[in-house]
Each structure stands twice: as C-alpha cells, then as structure tokens.
Design a protein around this ligand. Structure first.
Ligand SMILES: [Zn+2]
Length: 247
C-alpha cells in the first residue's frame, strides 16, 4: 500500500552499509519511520528529500512491518540554517522535542506547521534565537495536551500582579500574595504576558512579540523546564546547545 503526505525529516540513523532509517513528522499520519534504501549513494534520487531537516512530498510504501520511502521530492531544505551553529543546534533540539511529542497514526498538521515556521525563522534569523525556541517549546506542549493554565492566579483568581509565580509541575500561575510562601521563584509580568501570548494567540501571531533580555532569560528557563518536566525526557541535543552557550 502506498501513502502520500508531506513531512519533515526530524531524525536519521544509519543502518547497514548504505541504508538509513529516517523519522518523518508528517501532516497526515504523525510520525512515520521509514527505510530510505540506497540512502547515501550518489545515484539515489531521493537523497536531498530524505536528509535531516528536509521538508518534502513523500510517497511511502507500507510493507508488512515497515515503511519504505518510494519517493521524496524536497520542497525546502533550510539551507541557511547550516551557517549558524546556534541556530542549527536549536533546530536539532526542536526536531528531537517534536519527535517526542508527536503521535503516530494521527493527523499532525499543527505541530508540523509550528516546527516549519520555527525552522524558517531560525534560518532567516528573523527573531532572536531564544525567542523562537521558547515559542516552539511552549506552544508545542500546549498543542500536545500539556497547555498550562495561565488565565489567572490558581488560588484567588487575580489576573495579574507585579510579579507572579509559575508552578512548572502543575502548569499553573500564582499571584504575588498567593505565591509568596511557596518555594517557587517569581517571574516578571512581562514574562507571564509573553507566555499567555504564546499559549492563547492564534497560530499566525504566536511569534509577534518582543521581550527585554531579562524577561527573555526568565522565559527561556520557564519554557525549557516546562518541556523537560512534561516530556519526562533528557535531550542530548539540548545539552549540546547549552554547551555552546556556556563557552
Ligand atoms: Zn492569588
């Protein structure tokens, strides 16, 4: 049986001499793992379309217990990402995160669009890298059923106070009064406003905001910890990204 869908290659593994197993985030069927045979040979007409971070029109052949790539025609390969190690590493981390969140055998258009938009903005350097990453982290978790409740203070219902507290584990907010006796660290109202924007605005507008450096640092810490807490995962690509930023 053949299936057709567009999709983004988010992982590749070498298997045997010249074959690769690729993981594709598809719009129609969620994650698909497929063998790209003759993967690394020059004669392979599907090579460009099956490389890591290529967005392509795929035809897969579904065998008894595995998929194979019949054809892959690249639509976008985000070539410009390769010129900046920070942006490329951020793209690899987001690919790994989305691979953890995406379902198999279920429509996945919202996640795919979010990742494609994030890669586009990274490749064109349209926005600060930490901002693109925070939006992708928090929005992808919200799409995947881990939306925090940012509407008001969980205890008293206050909409905002000069500082607020975000409970990473519960995904809830507390105002300055209700959070004062907890072990949580306070975050600025600018950071809370950015988080609300990322979670609640329509898809086209999620990247449309700007933050000062201090608030962005808070946002980076919050969205990263939120992603780690709710996936329960450790990401090697994130370790690498952070090692770049420490040097
Ligand atoms: Zn309160």
């Amino acid at each position: 049986m053949h299936i057709k869908t567009d999709g983004l290659v988010i992982k590749e593994q070498n298997v045997r001499e010249s074959d690769r197993l690729i993981t594709v985030l598809t719009s129609k069927y969620g994650l698909i793992r497929a063998f790209a045979t003759g993967g690394k040979t020059i004669k392979n007409k599907n090579l460009a379309g099956t490389q890591l971070l290529a967005y392509s029109d795929f035809v897969f052949y579904r065998g008894v217990d595995s998929y194979n790539v019949n054809s892959a025609v690249e639509k976008e390969v985000f070539f410009d990402l390769r010129s900046d190690i920070d942006n490329l590493s951020t793209a690899f981390y987001l690919a790994e995160l989305f691979g953890e969140l995406a379902p198999e055998n279920a429509e996945c258009e919202d996640l795919l669009k979010l990742l494609l938009n994030s890669l586009f903005l990274l490749s064109k350097k349209k926005l600060p890298t930490p901002q693109i990453r925070s939006v992708a982290e928090l929005r992808s978790l919200a799409i995947s059923g881990y939306a925090p409740n940012l509407i008001a203070c969980e205890e008293c219902g206050a909409f905002e106070s000069d500082k607020m507290y975000f409970d990473i584990k519960n995904g809830s907010l507390l105002c300055s009064d209700c959070g004062a006796d907890t072990a949580l660290s306070p975050i600025s109202i600018s950071t809370v406003t950015a988080m609300r924007h990322i979670v609640y605005s329509e898809p086209k507008k999620i990247f449309d905001f700007s933050l000062g450096d201090g608030a962005q640092r808070e946002l980076t810490a919050v969205t990263e910890n939120y992603a780690l807490e709710h996936t329960g995962r450790h990401f090697k690509t994130l370790d690498f990204l952070k090692s770049l930023q420490d040097t």
